[in-house]
Design a protein around this ligand. Sequence first.
Ligand code: AMP
Length: 128
Amino acid sequence: MPIDATAPYDDQNIFARILRGEIPARKVYEDEWALAFHDIAAQAPVHVLVIPKGRYVSWDDFSESAPADEIAGFVRAVGRVARTERLVEPGYRLLANVGAHGGQEVPHFHVHLFGGKPLGPMLARQDG
Ligand code: AMP
């Protein structure tokens, strides 16, 4: 169910539990600022999630509240993950869902990296 991007941080969310090592994840990268792991329900040949280690509900929260070194560390980590996964030359898509209209389901800020094939239109075609 989509979340409210302005809600307080919930320490029991699934990505907080992955960060604490309480549930497993297929990790692809980790540093001081970020953790990256394969999405459990991949929607492309490569579908990796990158999350900051800090407690941020959404992009809105992260962009507003995170210190500059944390923002820089996270952005650098996302770029490193894309290079590590060899996504740069063929190209890839970077996506952050925010709140209900964005379809955000996990209330810990994350970006999706999609790649491994041509990804088609940016948004699914919908009537209305
Ligand atoms: P979003 O809709 O942007 O909040 O995306 C949440 C993503 O987290 C979805 O693509 C889920 O498949 C993924 N996800 C949920 N639980 C897990 C998990 N335990 N390990 C890896 N990915 C997960």
